[in-house]
Design a protein around this ligand. Sequence first.
Ligand code: MV4
Length: 460
Amino acid sequence: MFKKILVCNRGEIALRVMRTCKELDIACVAIHAAADKDSLHVKYADESVCVGKASSADSYLKTANIIAAAEITGAEAIHPGYGFLAENAHFAEMVEENGFVWIGPSPATIRMMGDKATARATAIAAGVPITPGTGLLADVEAAVKAAAEIGYPVILKATAGGGGKGMRVARDADELRAAYTTARAEAGKSFGNDQVYLEKFLVGPRHVEVQILADNHGHVIHLGERDCSVQRRHQKLIEESPSPAVTAELRGRMGEAAVKLARAVDYRSAGTIEYLLDAEGKFYFMEMNTRIQVEHPVTEFVTGVDLVREQILVAAGEPLEVRQEDIVLSGHAIECRINAEDPARDFRPSPGRINDFHAPGGLGVRVDSHLYNGYTIPPYYDSLLAKIIVHGRDRREALARMVRALEESVFEGVPTSIPFHLAVLAHPEFRAGRVTTSFLEEHLETLKEGMRVRQKAEQA
Ligand code: MV4
């Protein structure tokens, strides 16, 4: 096993990874931007290296500085967390070429799944269902011709995209012609690759993703699903496991398809297969995430498996500690992402000083956060302050526990998304488990009103 790991990330996920390192008796190296010198991940680590100034581009994305930090400190392996360099195949290659172990899938796998048209072709070859659609489009006429066969509405997606960027929906040929031009231009600007493809646009699907783990000894397993349908502008807000829409039979089929795809790309490490699930219970492969995800704790709660521990073991060449028959889903878990943003002001970012922080506790409550009293949230990075995750014997108990945990929380000094979470948790459609990816958009005004009513009652 490794003696020392460098974590090239910040915030709650850097801490999350280091916690598992401690349990495995592995020393941790933090990297940080100068603006993050007072961050908890720096204090928690055994040693730390400043790799740049403030902006991500000057620090957490400075690949040469990060490799140098690993060399100076004698780390053997590098864990990327999520975001930043986690799905950068070139960085993974650099890590390996410089003699370090990359805690993640191979650079070739990252590259293949990072190209969404290739990922779709791979899914087809593996017998995994995908939405009707095309490969890369040669020109606008090819798009119009394909759309006529598939039927409108259709969606154009950037092959280098993912997570919502560079997408355009079209309801007829005129819209498609316009969308084709803007989609290519946006993709070229955002990703340096303007190639796009087209899919049938599903109306009101759920976003359901399957967690997988794979080692170097031929074991590939799935750990159930997460329902991440509650999103705003492609940012997930609430995730839960199991999905209220997935039966044991459907779970088996989605899981088996995920394992088939993982085997087809020779996957190693933790990964996620994202599906869209339609109203008839049909699922379609959307994309694969080749990293640990923000919402991984809901899976940890219902399976009892430490996913980061398995990632580290696999990277060290060990077999997975759990087999498919060991995976038993128990109870229900929900995660709320607490962001430094003001839901009453169109979710405007609200960095600042946390004068008083109190994390909720008690049975079935987990808080993953890098906050402490007096911490000043820097304006340079994402706005995630904390993840509150609850576990209950069933969904009702988990819901009640989450409301209790949110009400117990204190983030004094900055507005957070908590009032909005409470409004979502009180919404009859959410309570009934009837959510789709359009839920927030459809109910935004009702949810905002719910938030105002609640705040008035509190003040009274
Ligand atoms: C879709 C879709 C409907 N039909 N593809 C958004 C993120 C990116 N990964 C793909 N996305 C979508 N792709 C087809 N063929 C709807 C979405 C989508 C969505 C998906 C998951 C969660 C939230 C979403 C919000 C809007 C659109």
